[in-house]
Design a protein around this ligand. Structure first.
Ligand code: ADE
Length: 423
């Protein structure tokens, strides 16, 4: 059953109760966001403003949306990926929390963009995006709405790269805070979140044993570091491919085998792309892969694996398990593509665990407040999360975990601030 009304477009309203239970379960792990929500309930810093959110519709996002609403925001939500929606959460947001939500897991491209447009119909003062599809649609197809927009935030690496390109082209029409650049975001969410949830997604989809498996990780950014370290932790032999010499060196000194993709293609049994780039796995790579190779992606877009090339090399394909498509190549080999090449951690699992999304989304909520407070002074372009916000999120996270740390004495602080004391 599809419900399509003014309060959103979700798969099945009868899933709402399950959604509420899971949203509440996630909330237990999101202590920093809870503190923000409690303050927002009192102070209502977002009152009077309309927000269009384009995020993965998960239990963690639900807690962010509830926090923004508690702060007075008038908001609507749509999916930032066709395959990442948790349908029970979407139903709960509409029916139990009064947050119009447009997202259905497995929606086609046309529906995906219809939902983005429905979110834009809200005529937002602020946007909150993950991957920049909302902002890109706003600038290219709905530019009439731009005069109303005061600011925005962006969640992920890929989105920040796209927005920076827009700003460099002089096309970005308003200030956007790059939440991804906060240390309390990418050090934790990208590394530990993507690391754990990617292995989780591949495990849920395939039930493979990792121990002894040859795993090729494409890209050694924060996500790649996390995926490689978690795969090693499960006993896999991990090969890293990179184009950046410093990252490649870091991977070598972290103890991984590093080699060109063309060589890794023939060695690997499981491939995981996290470069954020285009055709990290190409048709030439697939041509030399072992029979039974598993291909997966945890980067934002489904372009890291050249799926059209895989299709062109195949005589047919069929689904063999949920999120596992078996391609039969002309020479009889089988290649397995997971989750249509979309982010496997959100397609086949539940995305990053709540405890890391806590920090990412506390940064989002505090950045939303910062934008309102500073809307007259922030110019068009991509801005960083203020250092104090980042530090405060880290401090509160430690506090919520019951961990105390030291602080500098006056004497130590003086030493830090001086230049005249040497040997
Ligand atoms: N991105 C990665 N994991 C996520 C999650 N659990 N919720 C929202 N966005 C995410």
């Amino acid at each position: 059953m599809t419900t399509n009304n003014t309060a959103g477009d979700v798969k099945d309203m009868s899933l709402a109760r399950e959604g509420v239970n899971r949203i509440q379960w996630a909330e237990r792990e999101m202590g920093v966001l809870r503190l923000v929500r409690e303050r927002f309930e009192q102070e209502k810093p977002l009152a009077g403003y309309k927000y269009s959110l384009c995020l993965h519709v998960t239990t963690e996002t639900a807690n962010l949306a509830i926090t923004l609403k508690a702060g007075g925001a008038d908001l609507v939500l749509c999916a930032s990926n066709p395959l990442s929606t948790q349908d029970d959460v979407a139903a709960a947001l509409v029916s139990e929390y009064g947050i119009p939500t447009y997202s259905i897991k497995g929606e086609d491209n046309e529906t995906y963009y219809r939902h983005i447009n429905a979110a834009l119909d809200h005529a937002p003062h602020y946007t909150m995006d993950d991957g920049a599809d909302l902002v890109s649609s706003l600038h290219t197809q709905r530019a009439d709405l731009l005069s109303n927009v005061l600011g925005g935030t962006e969640e992920t690496t890929t989105g920040v790269i796209r927005l920076t390109a827009m700003a460099n082209d002089g096309k970005l029409a308003y200030p956007i805070i790059a939440v991804n650049e906060a240390e309390t975001k990418h050090f934790f969410d990208n590394r530990y979140g993507t690391g754990q949830s990617t292995l989780d997604g591949i495990t849920r989809a395939t039930n493979i044993l990792w121990a002894g498996r040859k795993v090729v990780v494409g890209g050694y950014g924060w996500c790649g570091r996390g995926v490689a370290s978690r795969a090693r932790g499960m006993g896999a032999h991990v090969i890293v491919t990179e184009v950046n010499p410093i990252r490649a060196l870091e991977a070598v000194m972290d103890g991984f085998t590093v080699m060109p993709s063309a060589e890794a293609a023939a060695e690997g049994e499981v491939f995981i792309t996290v470069t954020g780039g285009y055709h990290t796995i190409s048709g030439d790579h697939i041509a030399v892969m072992k029979d039974g190779a598993i291909l997966s992606n945890s980067g934002h877009f489904n372009v890291e694996i050249d799926i059209p090339a895989l299709e062109g090399m195949s005589v047919g394909h069929r689904g063999v398990r949920d999120f596992v498509e078996e391609y039969t190549l002309k020479d009889g080999r089988h290649i397995y593509l997971l989750g249509e090449g979309r982010l496997i951690n959100l397609a086949a699992a539940e995305g990053h665990p709540s405890a890391v999304m806590d920090m990412s989304f506390a940064n989002q909520a505090l950045s939303a407040e910062y934008l309102v407070k500073n809307q007259d002074s922030l110019g068009k372009g991509v801005h960083v999360v203020p250092r104090e916000t980042d530090q405060e999120v880290g401090r509160l996270k430690l506090e919520s975990m019951g961990i105390n740390i030291d602080s500098l004495s006056a004497e130590q602080q003086h030493y830090q601030d001086s230049w005249d004391q040497g040997t």
